[in-house]
Design a protein. Structure first.
Length: 389
């Protein structure tokens, strides 16, 4: 692998920071806006960033561990579940779900997105993409299986899945994909596995998953591609903001100097042709649809190794949920949702469903011919008096 195909540690750090800046700018959170976050998220990073930007922040959270850890932040805490949010319609300017939905039961995704859309004028969803390289898929599979045995969830979904959920509740949806262009340094694999191991050890995950992850980290020459990040924003037609993205390597603006007296006019110089605007400078409109910020890859760079190339799509059609949203099949695991999520039971049509008897039989007496075998029968209380004729 040539140097042009991989980042140095410094380059990878700068690129990570740049992609994070693009993600933040895609959310269009401004000072004074009211924002609801679905959970505090990892290290409450995005909650802290919104507070620093001057937004009025609220967080809906039910996990006591997270509340104890971040409850002292200057953000209002709403104790509850995102499936039933205790707020009026359009109570917030924007509701934000960052790396939240892939950790919840997939069968509640539609309900959660619907609630976020009910209480906010705008909904933003940020989710990692499914891994594209074989090693990333194996690590994700191990982590997902370990989570499932602990009664938790870790299922990544394709862009179309999140888009259809959002389109069902908001008329206008923009989408962005922010991804790395080259292979990160090997330290990224070690750091990623170390973080997973720390999390799984705290949660007391089964030992076989921990052992395999440790073995992967020790393999010589192993490389891991970071997952791309999806950012989708939905709003009413005409209310979707247009983000302004920073250029790669841009620095913070310098404060303006005090005004000075106008200088003498300089001699006119021939007008120089201007370079065409870059993708970051071009306006992003609703008609533009899919938007992918460019990456600076040298023209002489060789293609990535075949091991890192995206896998070919499977021939059979992917399974769908009850909402008609396609889902990626799990790699080398039981059929169902991504990475082995349990499939919903197949129910027969309502006309074929047998009527279940009441749990304790009929509450009042029925003719014996209509009573199921062993049904409990109601009898009048014994008062010592003869029943009326």
């Amino acid at each position: 692998m040539t140097a042009a195909m991989s980042y140095t540690a410094d380059e990878f750090g700068r690129e990570s920071q740049h992609l994070e800046t693009l993600t933040w700018e895609a959310l269009c959170i401004e000072a004074g806006s009211t924002v609801l976050f679905a959970g505090y998220g990892p290290e409450a990073h995005w909650v802290k960033r919104a507070i620093a930007a001057g937004a009025e922040v609220e967080v809906i959270e039910h996990r006591e561990s997270q509340i104890k850890r971040f409850g002292n932040l200057p953000a209002k805490l709403v104790r509850g579940s995102t499936s039933v949010i205790p707020a009026k319609e359009n109570a917030y300017d924007v509701a934000v779900s960052i790396h939240y939905l892939h950790e919840t039961d997939p069968f509640f995704h539609a309900q959660i997105v619907s609630e976020l859309a009910r209480v906010a004028r705008r909904v933003a969803i940020v989710e990692p993409s499914p891994p594209t390289d074989p090693l990333g898929r194996r690590i994700a599979l191990l982590y997902s299986q370990a989570k499932r045995e602990l009664g938790q969830f870790e299922y990544y979904q394709p862009m179309e899945y999140w888009k259809k959920l959002l389109q069902a509740v908001k008329a206008d949806v923009s989408q962005h994909v922010f991804a790395f262009s080259k292979v990160p340094p090997r330290e990224y694999l070690a750091d990623t596995i170390a973080l997973l191991l720390d999390t799984m050890e705290v949660e007391e995950a089964p030992a076989q998953y921990l052992d395999e992850l440790r073995a992967i980290a020790k393999r010589p020459g192993s490389m891991l591609l970071p997952q791309a990040r999806y950012v989708l924003v939905g709003a009413t037609i005409g209310e979707l903001p247009v983000p302004s993205f920073s250029r790669r390597g841009a620095v913070a603006p310098v404060p303006e100097a005090p005004a000075r007296p106008p200088a003498a006019p300089a001699k006119a110089t021939p007008k120089q042709p201007t370079a065409p605007p870059t993708a970051y400078e071009k306006p992003i409109t609703r008609d533009a649809g899919y938007e992918f910020p460019p990456v600076d890859v040298p023209e002489t760079a060789a293609p990535l190794p075949a091991a890192f190339a995206p896998a070919a799509p499977p021939a059979p059609a992917p399974p769908v949920t009850d909402f008609g949203i396609p889902m990626e099949p799990p790699p080398a695991f039981v059929p169902g949702l991504p990475f082995g999520a349990p499939t919903p039971p197949e129910l027969a049509p309502l006309t074929e469903q047998p009527a279940a008897p009441p749990p304790f039989g009929a509450p009042f007496a029925m003719p014996e011919t209509e009573q199921p075998p062993g049904a409990w029968q109601w009898e009048p209380p014994d008062t010592g008096e003869e029943p009326a004729p």
